[in-house]
Unconditional design. Structure first.
Length: 197
């Protein structure tokens, strides 16, 4: 932090008196970045649980699009939210753990709030957990294999699942057909291990 900010280590205490203070700032900055990517509003940029006027599928799609765009970076560095939450959670520090956990639990709650607009409370949490664990797992495998295609393919799979299985069923109840997935990225990014035909 001192190196990146150009400050002496001793001067950091002026801004961050404790480790939890520093972690809180990092957590808020990461959440702000994700919020900006999802909302498209650089002035706000927070993962508020207030639901959008847009259809829930369209709102969740913003998260998927953000992750898809970040695939090359995730394949090199992994997910910054997942990495921070995991590594800091291992320290066993009761002051640090809530801040570290908030990186993922905040996103989980945001997803739950979106699904709750068209699903039961039980299904909303189940769907939120599925999306988040799929994205986090994709980031881990992509980083291990240095293959951004892992992320692209898993995001595409989530899109198909959401449009056909989750929101498609809700739309069919009202007499509407499910929207078709628009992403062709998964087909454009084959696995590094696949052999040419």
């Amino acid at each position: 932090v001192a190196e990146q900010s150009g400050l002496l280590k001793g001067n950091l205490a002026y801004y961050f008196k404790t480790k939890p203070d520093l972690l809180r700032a990092v957590t808020e900055a990461r959440q702000h970045a994700v919020g900006v990517a999802i909302s498209g509003d650089s002035s706000g940029g927070s993962l508020s649980l207030d639901v959008s006027d847009a259809p829930p599928l369209a709102v969740v799609e913003r998260l998927l699009a953000h992750v898809e765009t970040s695939a090359p970076e995730l394949a090199v560095m992994g997910c910054p939210l997942g990495s921070l939450s995991t590594e800091l959670g291992k320290l066993g520090d009761d002051d640090l753990h809530p801040q570290a956990a908030a990186l993922l639990t905040g996103l989980l709650e945001w997803l739950r709030a979106q699904f709750a607009r068209s699903c039961t409370a039980e299904d909303a949490m189940r769907h939120a957990e599925h999306v988040l664990t799929c994205l986090q797992g994709a980031a881990v495998v992509a980083q291990a294999s240095r293959d951004p295609g892992v992320v692209i393919r898993q995001v595409d799979g989530l899109r198909r699942w959401l449009t056909c299985e989750v929101f498609g069923k809700e739309r069919s109840k009202s007499g509407s057909s499910a929207p078709k997935p628009t992403s062709t990225a998964a087909r454009a990014v084959p696995s590094k291990r696949s052999k040419p035909q």
